[in-house]
Design a protein around this ligand. Structure first.
Ligand SMILES: [Zn+2]
Length: 167
């Protein structure tokens, strides 16, 4: 049975350029372009790189991907996947509970924690606020209230110019 190959490397693999087995791992400051063509910025990430001693080809694995992703998050001013996950873990809530409280879709949270997607600004800031236990409590009360209130039609004499906030 043949083993599937992937683009990812670990130190046990061979150089994908020359097939050489002498790969050495070094931590390097790597610069990379980020952004749409014509509007790119150069970002830098400190990351492990595998260098082939035979041909000099350099590659990186998922740790390098994560380091690059973290650099992009810092550039965009949002929390990294690790920070999102740690915030959620500190609340003691499961992903499902955290999502229910914050109003996130479970798939979104999973993508933010895995680094597949960068959270938008409002989601990032809500996650940031959830670092504070007081805000967790406030949201719990708020969500409990919403759950209790039966859906009711607006009163007949409601001001048409806008809804009144009664919280
Ligand atoms: Zn090589």
């Amino acid at each position: 049975m043949q083993q599937e190959t992937s683009g990812m490397h670990d130190s046990q693999e061979l150089c994908i350029e020359c097939g050489g087995a002498r790969l050495i791992e070094r931590v390097r400051e790597q610069s990379f372009a980020y952004g749409p063509p014509g509007d790119q910025v150069l970002l830098t990430a400190s990351m492990p790189v595998f260098i082939c001693e035979d041909c000099g080809y350099e590659s990186f694995d998922e740790r390098g991907e994560a380091a690059r992703h973290a650099a992009v998050c810092r550039h965009l001013g949002v929390q990294t996947p690790d920070e999102v996950r740690m915030t959620r873990e500190r609340t003691g809530l499961s992903r499902a509970e955290f999502c229910q409280l914050a109003g996130f879709g479970p798939a979104s949270l999973q993508r933010w924690e895995s680094g597949m997607v960068v959270p938008n600004a409002s989601s990032d800031r809500l996650i940031f606020l959830l670092r504070c236990p007081d805000n967790i409590e406030r949201l719990r009360k708020r969500v409990a209230t919403i759950d209790q209130e039966p859906p009711s039609p607006p009163p007949q004499d409601a001001d048409r110019s806008g809804l009144v906030c009664r919280t």
